[in-house]
Every structure is written in C-alpha cells, then in structure tokens.
Write a protein that binds this ligand. Structure first.
Ligand code: UT7
Length: 333
C-alpha cells in the first residue's frame, strides 16, 4: 500500500515585538495608507536583540509536536533563508533544543517557497519509508537582512515561524498530502537576492550596504511572476488530485501581498473569499508564511475539516510550488 504523509500537528510562533505601519512611517518616507492599500499589511512582528531564526523555529516546532500530542519526530527540516549562521545549518541545533538529538536534521533554502519544498521532501521521505514522522518548520527573520533605509522591503517583511508534524498514513485519509508540484527558474535569480555573503561575493570587512549584504527585490517584476506561477502551480496540484479548480474549497498561498492573492483568484476564476489571508497581521514572513496562514485560517473558522485545500508558494530562486490535502481535524497550538 502507498504511504502518504499526513498532517498531524500545527504550531506557530511570532516574536512579541510588533511594528505598526505608523511606527514605520515615523522613521521612513512612507505612510499607513500606502502600505495598506498597496500590500494589505497593517503590522508585522520583528525579533528583538538576542533572538534568532532558530529561537522562533524551536518555539513553533515545540507547539507543532504538542498539537500532534507527541514529543517525538524522526527527522527535522527547517525551511529558512535567514539561518542562525551561514554554517552549520540551523536544523540540527533546533532538533537538539527540542530534545531530538540524533535524528537527521537539515535546512532547505527556497526562500518564500521553502515551506512547500520542505513539505514535498518530507512527503517523499515518509512515502519511501525512509522516516516515520517528520517535523517541518518554516522560520525566517528577514528583519535581520533588510536595508534599514529601504521603505519598500521594510514595509513588506515580518519575522515568524510555523511548523507541522507529518506522520505516515493512508493517501485517502484527511490530512494526507498529495498533488505535489514544484518548479524553479534560476535565470531570474536577480529579482530576489542578497548579492553578498556567499562564495561568489564575500561580505566580510565592510558595511552591509557597501558589500551588498542586504536583501533586494524588484517588486513589480516579482509581482507578475508570483501571480502567474502560483496560479499555474495551484491548478497543477489540484489537477494531480483530480480536483477541478472550482472544487478547491480553500487556497492558502504564501502571503506576499493582498493584491497578489486577489490577482491569483481572478486569474483562476475563483471567488476571493476562498483565499485564506492573514497578511494584515503578520506581513510577508517568507518560509513561515503558509503555516502561519494555516493556523490563523483554522482559528478564524476559514479552514474546516473535510475541505479541499491547496497550499501554494512563490519566492526567490525563482521557486514555486503547490500541494493539496483534505483539511484534517487538528487544533493549532
Ligand atoms: O515573497 C516573495 C515574493 N515577493 C512578492 O511576491 C512581492 C511582489 N511585489 C509586491 O508586492 C509589490 O511590488 C511591492 C509591495 C513590493 C511594491 O508595490 P508596487 O505597487 O509594485 O510599488 P512599486 O515598487 O512599483 O513603486 C510604486 C511607487 C514608487 O514611487 P514612484 O517611482 O512611482 O514615485 C515607489 O518609490 O511607490 C513608491 N513606494 C513607496 N511609497 C511609499 C515604494 N515603497 C513605498 C512605501 N511607501 N513603503
């Protein structure tokens, strides 16, 4: 019998510190009105001194395990583009801090598609019998790589973490992941990048501004790619599950911009209210975005057991991907 990866637990964590649009407007040439109308974002959470991506990942991971009623996992994947250090990966440290020393643990770097990539890899690992349960965590702290003077990226990004525990199960049961679609286009990598800090361009010895160690994004070009790629990927995943687009009850996309969600809905010919959104409260939290939206979707009653749900992401690389499931009866912690 085929083994599927089944969603068994969901946990999230946001840093305490909230930065509102008005607070940003006091320091930068922007306004609450511009940010709300161009992005739908009202506020974002930002880590404080001494906090890191790994700290958020540990808290979200702990909650996902609690939500699943266990303290065990056979593998830990952390999707992140803001690891605690360039080397080693953040996941082994996170695993140990969760009491899981000894299990395989590694990072996955696919920027805003990182969580969907990690879900896909976890489903393959579980499906092949390589591991039993897999803890998949999406965590990012883009506040640590933004140019403090860049009003556009400062308005958009927030920090956070979300996690799911996947267990082996039957492909037909609620929570079973399926329909995986993943893709990339490295010829357009310059649209979303941190130019320095890797082997091509070192970042040491001078300021982040001089060395190109800040995050950069060509917003307009990214916007149209995001709409096209996410709409196609969601349709592909649905098709692989034998669902017509109209059969999808809820779409949970990477929360990059409320206008992107509306444009994807329009392109797919689906009502906008089928698209779960929490971007107003958290902004674009990169790899944490989809699990944070899932948890808020459950809490607000938009996601209910039995619904056909498709998750979709798009981000730097460029990368994109989607997967579907019938929503299970789980309570986020
Ligand atoms: O998460 C991974 C994938 N990322 C995405 O999908 C992001 C996709 N892109 C976007 O969401 C949007 O492109 C942004 C929100 C990043 C930018 O919104 P936009 O409507 O595309 O604005 P723009 O960059 O085209 O800029 C329009 C104007 C410019 O002024 P001029 O040149 O027309 O005078 C900008 O300088 O808005 C200005 N602007 C701002 N004004 C006030 C840009 N940022 C701000 C700001 N406050 N924060």
């Amino acid at each position: 019998m085929n083994r599927a990866a089944v969603l068994a637990g969901l946990g999230t964590w946001l840093p305490e510190n909230v930065v509102t649009n008005d607070e940003l407007a006091r320091r930068l040439d922007t306004s609450d009105e511009w940010i709300r109308t161009r992005t739908g974002i009202r506020q974002r959470h930002v880590i404080g001194p001494g906090q890191s991506t790994g700290d958020l990942a540990v808290e979200a991971g702990r909650r996902a395990l609690k939500s699943a009623g266990t303290d065990q996992a056979d593998m830990v994947m952390v999707a992140t583009s803001t690891p605690d250090r360039p080397c080693p990966a953040t996941a082994p440290d996170v695993a140990s801090r969760l009491g899981l020393t000894g299990v395989p643990a590694f990072d996955i770097a696919a920027v805003c598609t990182g969580f969907v990539y990690a879900l896909g890899m976890a489903a393959a690992v579980i499906g092949s019998g390589t591991a039993g349960s897999v803890l998949v965590i999406g965590a990012d702290t883009f506040s640590t790589i933004l140019d403090p003077e860049d009003r556009t990226t400062r308005a958009v990004f927030g920090d956070g973490a979300g996690a799911v525990l996947l267990r082996p199960g039957d492909p037909g049961e609620p929570g079973a992941l399926g329909g995986l679609d993943l893709g990339s286009d490295g010829s357009r990598s310059e649209l979303i990048e941190v130019p320095a800090g890797g082997s091509r361009q070192k970042a040491s010895g001078r300021s982040a501004e001089e060395t190109g160690a800040y995050f950069t994004m060509q917003g307009r070009a990214v916007f149209s790619e995001a709409v096209r790629r996410m709409a196609t990927s969601v349709e592909t995943a649905a098709d692989r599950l034998d669902w017509a687009p109209g059969d999808i009850d809820r779409v949970v996309l990477h929360q990059a911009n409320a206008r992107i969600l509306a444009a994807v809905a329009d392109r797919m010919g689906l009502p906008a209210d089928r698209f779960v959104s929490n971007i107003g409260r958290v902004g674009n939290t990169v790899a944490a975005s989809i699990p944070l939206a899932l948890a808020d979707g459950v809490i607000e009653g938009a996601l209910r057991p039995g619904q056909r749900v498709v998750l979709g992401g798009f981000g730097g690389g460029l990368t994109w991907g989607a997967m579907g499931l019938r929503w299970p009866d789980i309570s986020p912690v």
